[in-house]
Write a protein that binds this ligand. Structure first.
Ligand SMILES: [Zn+2]
Length: 281
């Protein structure tokens, strides 16, 4: 625990230093002179270009149109309660037992089959999506990647996304975008960024008409998951994250009802994932 906390401090310090030296941009406040590293268009470009590489790294997309359609419907519902509605959001499901979720620059959100199988209600699914949408809306995706992987990789990816997919360009394009996808696959936010996304995600969840308890239950998932592919670091602090959000929800949204929808989730997702899932590739 102590080692992990020390690592968090070290990562936060290095991230702050790199941001200062490399001009990663803050993005937390629009009235600051400091501009974000990438334009919205550039975020969208590199996210879309890196997406196929990330999908290959994480088991490919599931071949279950009904589950995908349901996840997209809920994702779009939550996205309508976020401030950056102009982004072309896309919600996909990856065919892996890992219990994970990813947000790519520019509005792409991936949840894994393992995560879907660990959830019990539509409100918990909406919470998982709201948390990733919070990372995107608070511009944490590019800022955090920049702090941990460096500005050069992101700028290389912007250049690579412009290259053609034929000849010598194709190799350079593939190599750079594959490196970005790898960085996203390995990337973890620091504890403060996760806590901020939990709080913001809770607000989106409630604004979308869901019960706030969905966020608490979603945050309890990694801690009680038996999935062997979840590294210990990803379960760190999850118990206290759920506790913190429970206290915030009780204070801020006391008596607030909202949709839970456990039967719908069972029918739309759990029953459908119960059968053999055919890998996409
Ligand atoms: Zn997160």
């Amino acid at each position: 625990m102590r080692r992990v906390e020390t690592a968090h401090v070290a990562v936060a310090t290095v991230a702050a230093l790199v941001a200062l030296l490399a001009g990663c941009g803050d993005g937390r406040s629009a009235d600051r002179a400091e501009r974000p590293l990438l334009s919205v268009e550039q975020e969208i470009q590199i996210g879309r270009a890196a997406a196929p590489h990330l999908e290959r790294l994480a088991g490919g997309r599931i071949e279950n149109l009904a589950v995908e359609a349901y996840v997209r419907t809920i994702g779009e519902r939550v996205a309508r309660s976020t401030p950056r509605r102009e982004l072309p959001y896309r919600f996909e499901v990856l065919d892996t037992a890992d219990v994970r979720a990813f947000a790519l620059p520019g509005g792409l959100v991936y949840l894994t089959r393992g995560l879907l199988a660990s959830l019990k209600t539509e409100a918990q699914l909406a919470a998982a999506l709201a948390h990733q949408l919070a990372h995107i809306n608070a511009r944490q995706v590019v800022r955090s990647l920049c702090g941990k992987c460096g500005k050069a990789l992101l700028l290389d990816a912007v250049a690579a996304a412009q290259l053609t997919t034929a000849g010598r360009d194709a190799r350079q394009r593939t190599e750079t975008l594959a490196r970005l996808a790898e960085a996203i696959h390995e990337h973890e936010y620091d504890a403060d960024t996760e806590a901020a996304a939990d709080r913001l995600g809770l607000d989106y969840l409630v604004a979308a008409g869901y019960n706030p308890s969905g966020m608490v239950a979603f945050l309890e998932v990694p801690a009680r998951s038996a999935a062997p592919a979840v590294p210990a670091a990803r379960t760190t602090d999850s118990g206290s994250r759920a506790g913190r959000i429970r206290r915030i929800a009780e204070r801020k949204y006391r008596g607030c009802g909202g949709r839970v929808a456990d039967e719908e989730y069972r029918g739309e997702v759990l029953d459908r994932l119960g059968g053999p899932v055919v890998p996409a590739r």
